[in-house]
Design a protein around this ligand. Sequence first.
Ligand code: HEM
Length: 394
Amino acid sequence: MIDFNNPTFVADPYEQLKELRDIGKPVWHDAMQVFLAARHSDANDVFRNKSLGRIFIDKKPDFEWETFNWLHSDSILDSEPPKHTRLRSLVAKAFNRNKIEGMRPAVERITQQLLDTIDEKTKSGLNFDLIADYAEPLPVKIIADLLGFPESEEHLLRPWSQSIVKMYEVNPSIQYQLEAKKAASEFAEYVRDLAEYRKTNPGQDLITDLAMVEENGEKLNSHELVATCVLLLNAGHEASVNAFGNGMVAALKRPEQIALLRENPRGVTDTALEEFMRFDAPLHLFERTATVDTEVGGVKIEKGQKIAALIGSANRDATVFENPDEMDLTRDPNPHIGFGAGIHFCLGAPLARLEMSVSLPALWEKYPTMALASEPIRRPTFVLRGYESVAISV
Ligand code: HEM
């Protein structure tokens, strides 16, 4: 059975994921004590099946993990109705399509600032790093701005977030655990203080809005407020960085896809960003727990048993996608499930799409001859799949 931590698997998981799909039904992974839903139809069912819930089980039920635990159990992502409905409805209107479209000028402005900084490097004959100089700062700055997280402290976000999300990997190491515990406490304390400050110094931001809801003593308690803000700050950039990085690296390795982006970047942007999401998924595995006996793909899942939707595998399913192992930036339709499905469907999908739809053509218009300067360096993780650094020459 697949070893999700094996470096060879992490380097290229797609052949083994295909073998898993070929079994034709969800398969029990004994070491992980979870069913794996690798086919598109099964993974989609996992997201939509109402008998399968996102049930957060405390990582370790001791006090050192207390903050990490409630940061999850009191967040939108790790709760189920009616709590999920209440929490999601409090922030959903901030993320609707119209509100997000209103952020386009800010996304364009920040994109331009990043390109100007990159230009200084390239004019001195230096390469730039696609991740650190472009893919990462854009979503970090946008989500920080939306929530009202101080610009001067933005550098804190990525390290905190990275430390927390490494706990989502299969069997996180002791080192990862220590870092996650520490980051969770620091992040929660910072956001708690910020929310308190906003109650007396309100801004035009989401933390202020949520702090006011909490202040009025309805609908949102103190842990839920902090957990929601931390989730939004993390989810608001982690996958976006990797969707852009993974897609760009794959495209830059394929001359015919480079030609499409070079010749008419705006013409292919809409389909290209969906193919970025499909081809080398930034998020691979999400678990659910059966709240009653149920069934997925003909396999019985007993109450209490877990099943994982394998997104990156589903997105390569030949029964849904023609030539699934080929990247095609003009692919349309493209029913990938990169943003999930069902009640937990990604709240930030319109924002992620807006960011990519601005940043992708802007980069190609500026540097039509850009190329990989060396082999990109991957992060050694499977669940959140992405690159550490990607050197680009122009
Ligand atoms: C390319 C970028 C992104 C990808 C691939 C992505 C993917 C996903 C997926 C697969 C889920 C569902 C998880 C599950 O069902 O277990 C999800 C949920 C979520 N995402 Fe995203 N996401 C992205 C960007 C964003 C952004 C920019 C935000 C902005 C705040 C965001 C906020 C959320 C939230 C709050 C949830 C939880 C929704 C709920 O539980 O109801 N995401 N995302």
